[in-house]
Ligand binder design. Structure first.
Ligand code: ADP
Ligand code: MG
Length: 253
């Protein structure tokens, strides 16, 4: 079976820095695939190439067997490939519920003015978005916080909200760049559970960059190791943690 997402021979430089050098990666449908590697390995740059924030110098990205190398992020979102974004300043002053209700327009690049000109359409569409937002708040354990401003949430609650926003869109693959960063240990479990349930119960595929090796060990199979812009190796976490080449890559950084 072909991969859900396939990136082949990706290259990206910034001035003199070769951030990604011939990296290839596959994400199979139904997996929670991990992407690890020392600082500066090029993980975030690769994520930006996969989500379409930047265009590669060379290489090809395909999703559901369609070439998406040159598509804008919102077009990729329409096909079902989504990444989380940190909450921008404007959204900190919106409530949890409002953030969820706005998410589809933002990520799908929709023009919502025509809706305001057709009041009948608004009601039907808004009611549906509201119903979905309530479901998503339940999944993300955010129902109690629905009227709180996003800016007042803890670091971990913000991560839950960022992940929750992706669920407002009918997506297949979610890219998470360091979901555990700045999350306290109690909420780390909630976040890990949520990712697990979204995968097992809701059929979402994930690609996760994460420094917290407990989270990687609990969630990810397979795990892809990247160093100096290229693929080092790929496998189960238990094998990788004993692999001398992987250990050296981390110690040498
Ligand atoms: P990682 O996420 O694995 O820590 P990054 O993709 O952030 O790695 O960075 C890979 C390399 O590319 C680093 O040397 C970094 O300094 C460089 N880099 C990343 N983004 C930029 C940019 N916008 N401009 C210049 N250099 C960059
Ligand atoms: Mg990074």
């Amino acid at each position: 079976m072909s991969a859900l997402l396939e990136a082949t021979d990706m290259w990206q430089s910034f001035g003199g820095v070769q951030a990604v050098r011939g990296m290839s990666l596959e994400v199979s449908r139904g997996t929670i695939t991990g992407l690890i590697g020392p600082n500066g390995a090029g993980k975030s740059t690769l994520f930006n190439l996969l989500s379409g924030v930047i265009r590669p110098d060379a290489g090809q990205v395909s999703f559901k067997e369609q070439d998406i190398t040159r598509l804008a992020p919102w077009r990729r979102a329409r096909l079902g490939l989504i990444r989380t974004f940190q909450l921008a300043r404007e959204f900190q002053r919106m409530t949890v519920l409002e953030n969820l209700m706005f998410a589809p327009q933002l990520q799908l690049g929709e023009n919502f003015w025509p809706i305001f000109l057709r009041p009948g359409a608004v009601c039907a569409q808004e009611a549906e978005v509201y119903r979905r937002a309530c479901e998503v708040m339940e999944i993300a354990t955010l129902t109690n916080l629905r009227d709180d401003y996003a800016g007042d949430l803890s670091g971990g609650q913000k991560k839950l909200l960022e992940l929750a926003r992706t669920l407002m869109i009918d997506c297949d693959l979610i890219l998470l760049d360091e979901p555990g960063a700045g999350v306290n240990p109690a909420l780390m479990n909630t976040l890990t559970d949520m990712i697990w349930r979204l995968n097992r119960e809701h059929g979402k595929t994930f690609l996760i960059v994460e420094h917290d090796m407990d989270m990687i060990a609990q969630l990810c199979d397979p795990v892809v190791v990247m160093t100096q812009g290229s693929l080092l190796t790929k496998g189960g976490f238990d094998d990788l943690r004993r692999d001398p080449a992987v250990i050296e890559a981390y110690l040498g950084s």
